[in-house]
Design a protein around this ligand. Structure first.
Ligand code: ADP
Ligand code: MN
Ligand code: MN
Ligand code: MN
Length: 334
């Protein structure tokens, strides 16, 4: 029997790209081939020359359809088979190849917010919920909205063979997090983009939509980030490279901010467990610093660092490219 392949790709929308997908029915025994789409509908091409190419880069069993069906994450190429300008995976592959010998690993904490009926899930009509404080890792119908979706999503990620490492309810009402990794810079992005697609798709079943808006509600409500944990083999062995990595990130702070997701100025205000986007800082256990050295890393004098700046809506390929280039080039030249 033929099987179904869901081709998933990242579009060209600005300032934040969006996921798209469509289904191909493939004869038994054949691999998912190159495919195409109309780039004029995804802000990836003008109408007159609208063809773009989908090249499969990461194929997993489809946990929703089951059977022989698969999910096929693709990169977008032009018809000349060059990476499309919206394709940030290609640069990530190049950065990883350059520094593969340092064995960079990333772990991503993807925060997101559920919406139902046009407002954050759990937000009452025409008023305000109880102030945040009880929702983080909470339990009970007065504090938790959307847990069924979270549970289904976690199982789906595991069944698809994605390296999901945990989930938790977040500080703002209707807000959650899942973690992916640690994995190499390219693979962590592949797993995260596929996990994002599964989240949107599974939430559909509940008439709920998941959003990566970095600051869903203005005022005294936490934003949504994508804390990025990073290490190299040297950092996993001793402390000096940990400090060198924190210093290196400080040298390129504004360049990194530009690649860490649209609307970052609204989220990194200096309040709600963030450092202001205009200032760079690092510190042990400090959740008000740009970069945190976890206490276990300080105690064991080796481990990893957490860049707390990336937004929930950041592209993991761009974040991974920046961190790998900045940190690995600094460690290489010592
Ligand atoms: P937090 O305390 O900031 O909420 P989490 O437990 O949510 O931390 O996430 C920690 C992340 O760090 C996980 O994604 C995990 O995969 C990642 N991680 C663990 N060890 C390493 C390492 N050596 N290098 C990079 N990432 C790592
Ligand atoms: Mn976390
Ligand atoms: Mn979190
Ligand atoms: Mn964190």
């Amino acid at each position: 029997m033929p099987y179904r392949a869901e081709y998933i790709w990242i579009d060209g929308q600005k300032p934040t790209a969006k996921l798209r997908s469509k289904t191909k029915v493939i004869p038994t025994g054949e691999e998912p081939p190159l495919w195409g789409f109309d780039g004029s509908s995804t802000e990836q091409a003008p109408g007159v020359e609208s063809d773009c190419v989908l090249r499969p880069v990461f194929i997993r069993p489809d946990p929703i359809r089951g059977g022989d069906d698969v999910l096929v994450l693709c990169e977008v190429l032009t018809v000349d088979m060059e990476p499309h300008p919206s394709n940030h995976r290609a640069a990530c592959v190049a950065a990883y190849e350059r520094y593969e010998d340092q064995e960079p690993w990333l772990g991503l904490e993807q925060e997101y917010t559920f919406y139902k009926d046009g407002r954050p899930h759990g937000w009452p009509i025409g008023g305000y919920p109880a102030p945040q404080g009880g929702y983080y890792c909470g339990v009970g119908a007065d504090e938790i909205w959307g847990r069924d979706v979270v549970e289904d999503h976690t199982v789906a990620c595991i069944e698809a063979g994605l390296m999901i490492s945990g989930t938790n309810a977040e500080v703002m009402i209707g807000q959650w997090e899942f973690q992916i990794g640690p994995l190499d810079p390219v693979t962590v992005g592949d797993h995260l983009w596929m996990a994002r697609w599964l989240l949107y798709r599974i939430a559909e079943n509940y008439d709920i939509s998941a959003h990566l808006n970095p600051k869903p509600v203005e005022g005294d409500w936490n934003g949504a980030g994508m804390h990025t944990n990073f290490s190299t083999a040297a950092m996993r062995e001793s402390y000096e490279p940990i400090i060198a990595a924190c210093e290196a990130l400080g040298e390129k702070a504004q360049e990194h901010i530009k690649g860490y997701g649209a609307g970052i100025e609204r989220r990194l205000t200096g309040l709600h467990e963030t450092a202001p986007w205009t200032e760079y800082s690092y510190g042990v256990s400090n959740r008000g610093a740009s970069v945190r050295i976890p206490w276990q890393t300080a105690r064991e004098q080796k481990g990893y660092i957490e860049d707390r700046r990336p937004n929930a809506n950041a592209d993991p390929y761009i974040v991974a490219t920046l961190m790998t280039e900045t940190i690995c080039s600094a460690l290489e030249n010592r």
